[in-house]
Design a binder for this molecule. Sequence first.
Ligand SMILES: [Fe+2]
Length: 279
Amino acid sequence: MTLEIRPLSDHLGAEALGVDLSKPVDPETKARLNKAFSEHSVLCIRDQDLTAPQMLDAVRLFGDVFRQHNTRFALPECPEIHYLSNQDKYEDGKRYIPGAGYHTDHSNDTEPPKATVLFAIQLPDTGGDTQYVNMHAAYEGLPDATKKRIDGLRGVHVYQSKHSERKLMGLPPEALAKVPKAVEHPIVRTHPETGRKALYLNPIRIEAIAGMPEEEALSLLGDLLAHAVQEKYQYRHKWRKGDLVLWDNRCLLHKANGDYDHSQTRYLYRVMLKGDRPV
Ligand SMILES: [Fe+2]
């Protein structure tokens, strides 16, 4: 079999067929997969059958593993991999849907992960899609006056913004101690590989814009988010068992959908890759 890359929409996402990541990958295939990731921002490698250590090896084709903040979800036999499951509950017994609401992962880190990788182990019969927003396209679609207004602005990211509608699972105290209290990142960042500009928003973690009154900042952030999540900037991934999907946190928002039968289990492995400080 030979590797084939096919676009999944006209502006975002590609699927890779004809590669088996449980076996050693030659340098040319590795380079083509990395190029596809860089060009399409979401790369879905289909039909994989991987153990946890094999998934780690596959993910390392694209970079170094980032240590995730909340160790509660680490696999005991392979702690660099975390799991996502709809069977987890909040302390009050309510079901916890990981990743609901648009966000980008761990943006409260000084060097947030460049990519997140999910591997579908068990899926509901229907639903549970992951939605992505192309933040390059969203930035490019802004009026020039808005681009000027937001040029140079810095968002203040914390573990959980007091303005966030979604509540995260609490971090254990020893994990919280390792997370910076607040970090500033530009609202418009430049992709280190392609040089393209992207909006860098995160309604779950941005609590303020540095030097801007709260009311004005919230109104601006709300307007930017409403603009970004328009359907024309979205790609919606319908999962198949065996999908290994990696996406670029530097230029995308993503969210999970809880729109499926929760008596069915949705279970995926998650790994993140180290990134640079946003500029
Ligand atoms: Fe996420």
